[in-house]
Write a protein that binds this ligand. Structure first.
Ligand SMILES: [Zn+2]
Ligand SMILES: [Zn+2]
Ligand SMILES: [Zn+2]
Ligand SMILES: [Zn+2]
Length: 354
C-alpha cells in the first residue's frame, strides 16, 4: 500500500480509494517476511513481541477463540515508527454466534530486531519448504490450530502448543492423539490435519480505484415544479421522500460504487468516508470509542460482502455474515508500547429486502 500511496501522493490527499482483490498466491509470498496483505490461513504476524493474548482473541460475545479473517499491510508514509504497519482482523466463526469481531494494529520502525532493513526479495526463497513456523523469533509458541499465541503445551509431548483447551481438544481428536505418542517432534510441524477452523488463504492485491466523477444531475426542473407548490407541501414531500427512500438511497449508492469493480473485497482509505450498505445502523461519532491513548479513531478500511464468497464459510452451517465491516484506528497512530494495540470494528448487516 505504501507504494501505491506514494505514486499518487496528490490524489491520496483527496481521498483516493485503494481497492483490494483476493488472488491465489504461493505460500512463501504470504509469510511475515514479505509483509503481505492477505485473507485467511494463519496470521502472518508483523512484530514478534506483544502478540494479543488468548483472552484478547476470544469472542466478545460467546468467549470462544476467534478465527483470523484478514490482515492489511498499511505503513504510514512519513512516520518512522510505522515504517512497517499491519492491521489484523479476527472474527467468530462458531455457530450459533458467528458475530464477534476484533482488530489489532502493530507497527515497527525500518530498523528493528525482526526484519532486514532492506526490502524483501521478489523471488521465492531457496528453501521453500511446506513446514510451518509455529515459533516466533521472540521464542513464543503459536497454537497449532489457529496460529495465535499458544501459551499452553500438550502435557504429554510438550511439543504441541495451543491457545486454548478448545483448540487442544480439536487437534487431539483430529490427529494429535496419534502424533503425540510417536514423539517424532520434527514431524509435528509437517503434519497438520484439516481442523476446519482456518479460512481459505488468499493474497490481497491492491489497486487504486480509478477516479470516477459523480454523475451531473440537473436539478432545475424538479425545483421549478416543487417551487410552484406551497412551501409546507414541499417540506412534507421532502420529508416523506427522505424517510421512505433513505434506505434505498444508501443501498443504491453502495451498489453503484461496487458495480465499478464488482470483485473488490476491501476498500482502503485512511480518513475517508466509508460506503455504508444500509441506512440502518450507521455509527455516530459517539459510537466509535476513543483509542486508549485518548485520541479519537478515524476510518481506515472496510471489508466488503464479496469476501464472503471466498471464505467457504457455509461449511459450518450457520455462518459468518456481514454487509460491511468498517475498521477505525487511532488518528494519532499512537505507539502504546511495542505490542499489538486493539482498534475498533463496526459491523453493518446486509439490509433485509422486503
Ligand atoms: Zn462468538
Ligand atoms: Zn488456537
Ligand atoms: Zn502431545
Ligand atoms: Zn492511540
Amino acid at each position: 500500500m505504501a507504494e501505491m500511496a506514494h505514486s499518487s501522493a496528490a490524489a491520496s490527499q483527496l481521498g483516493r480509494v485503494e481497492l483490494g482483490f483476493a488472488e491465489e498466491a504461493p505460500a512463501w509470498r504470504l509469510r511475515s517476511e514479505q509483509f503481505p496483505s492477505k485473507v485467511g490461513g494463519r496470521p502472518a504476524w508483523l512484530g514478534a513481541a506483544g502478540l494479543p493474548k488468548p483472552d484478547a482473541l476470544s469472542c466478545p460475545r460467546c468467549g470462544r477463540p476467534l478465527a483470523f479473517l484478514l490482515q492489511v499491510y498499511a505503513p504510514l508514509p512519513g512516520r518512522a515508527d510505522a515504517f512497517h504497519r499491519s492491521l489484523f482482523l479476527f472474527c467468530c466463526r462458531e455457530p450459533p454466534c458467528c458475530s464477534g469481531l476484533r482488530v489489532f494494529r502493530n507497527q515497527l520502525p525500518r530498523k528493528n530486531e525482526f526484519y532486514s532493513y532492506d526490502p524483501p526479495s521478489e523471488n521465492p526463497p531457496a528453501e521453500a519448504g511446506e513446514s510451518l513456523h509455529l515459533q516466533l523469533k521472540s521464542g513464543a509458541h503459536l497454537c497449532r490450530v489457529c496460529g495465535c499465541l499458544g501459551p499452553k503445551a500438550c502435557s504429554r509431548c510438550h511439543q504441541a502448543h495451543y491457545c486454548s483447551k478448545e483448540h487442544q481438544t480439536l487437534d487431539w481428536r483430529l490427529g494429535h492423539k496419534q502424533a503425540c505418542t510417536q514423539l517424532v517432534s520434527d514431524n509435528l510441524d509437517h503434519t497438520f490435519p484439516d481442523h476446519n477452523f482456518l479460512f481459505p488463504e488468499f493474497e490481497i492485491v491492491i489497486e487504486t480505484e480509478d477516479e470516477i466523477l459523480p454523475e451531473v444531475v440537473d436539478k432545475d426542473d424538479d425545483s421549478e415544479i416543487i417551487g410552484s407548490m406551497g412551501e409546507t407541501l414541499e417540506e412534507e414531500l421532502d420529508s416523506m421522500a427522505r424517510h421512505e427512500s433513505r434506505e434505498d438511497q444508501v443501498f443504491q449508492n453502495f451498489k453503484t460504487q461496487i458495480a465499478l469493480e464488482p470483485e473488490q473485497i476491501l476498500r482502503y482509505g485512511r480518513g475517508i468516508e466509508p460506503i455504508w450498505i444500509s441506512g440502518e445502523n450507521i455509527p455516530q461519532e459517539k459510537d466509535i470509542p476513543n483509542c486508549p491513548c485518548g485520541t479519537k479513531r478515524i476510518f481506515e478500511f472496510q471489508v466488503m460482502p464479496q469476501l464472503l464468497n471466498y471464505l467457504k464459510a457455509d461449511r459450518l452451517g450457520k455462518s459468518v455474515d456481514w454487509g460491511v465491516l468498517a475498521v477505525f484506528t487511532c488518528a494519532e497512530n499512537c505507539s502504546l508500547g511495542t505490542g499489538y494495540t486493539e482498534e475498533f470494528v463496526w459491523k453493518q448487516d446486509i439490509p433485509e429486502t422486503p
